[in-house]
Design a protein around this ligand. Sequence first.
Ligand code: MTE
Length: 315
Amino acid sequence: MSRFRYPQPPPSEITPEHVYLSRRDWLKAVGLAVGTAALAACAPRALKPASTAPAEPVPHDELGDPATPYDIVTSYNNYYEFSTDKRAVADRAQGFPTDPWTIEITGLVHEPLTLGLEDLLKRFPQEERIYRLRCVEGWSAVIPWQGVPLATLLKAAQPKAEARFVRFVAVYDPEHMPGQRNYQTFPWPYTEGLRLDEAMHDLTFMATGLYGKPLPVQNGAPLRLVVPWKYGFKSIKAVVRIELVAEQPATLWNTVAPNEYGFYANVNPQVDHPRWSQATERRLGEPGRRPTLMFNGYEEQVAALYAGMDLEKHY
Ligand code: MTE
């Protein structure tokens, strides 16, 4: 008598998808970049030059838009320490020394941290995030970043109960940064700030790489903040100090022109800049303009942070 045998179920029914698919396939399936992304963060110097790397499929953001080509993302930059001419920044930034690099997490914390960049890469696993970046000037890009959620770093330093804001300080190196010598009306170094709950939000990211390669200097090497629902000027480059503070900190752009650049700087198509509309934007590498989305398309994730706030007043 033959024994009844249940037909073998396909592997997808007995094993969660992410286990039976290879890691590479799974990363692809969830939309993360593969291979080089992790490698870039762990061993930047072991990477092959771009020209010999195998072609990867173009990543897309969760709205279905393709990432802005690498060449554009790395050749059209705002970085006043080097130049006010976006197309000159990459060239002027060549050779800027980013190794060794030390980052301090300090202020109102129980465990102040001083980390070399290598220690940071070893201690904290690198993740990939594909984010839209919307500059206050009206252009935007989609960028695949590698890095660490800021919350992971802040938790390691254990913020004290009195900490309510986070202040970010960029490097001060006038010898290598011509803008810090030439634009003397700017209160260098570049500084930025977030409310602590904004800083702890899962979208808030410290990037160490883009497109699976270590961050180019012009994009903020070796470590820059990325806050995707805020105008790009909040995403401070070349960070050396993260300080937990009790009061809202002064920030560079808010000090220079407080009526044009608010502390919150949330992307908002309904609140115009005093000198231009914020209703639309130009996606780098694409023709025409597209509507700007509330909170840059991250409304569902972040609107609750601002419940009850007048967004016209707190621009
Ligand atoms: N960070 C520093 N240190 N200096 C700067 O001039 N410019 C900001 C921000 N971070 C800036 C900075 C502005 S205005 C924008 S739009 C983004 O960086 C641009 O980032 P990207 O060049 O990587 O696109």
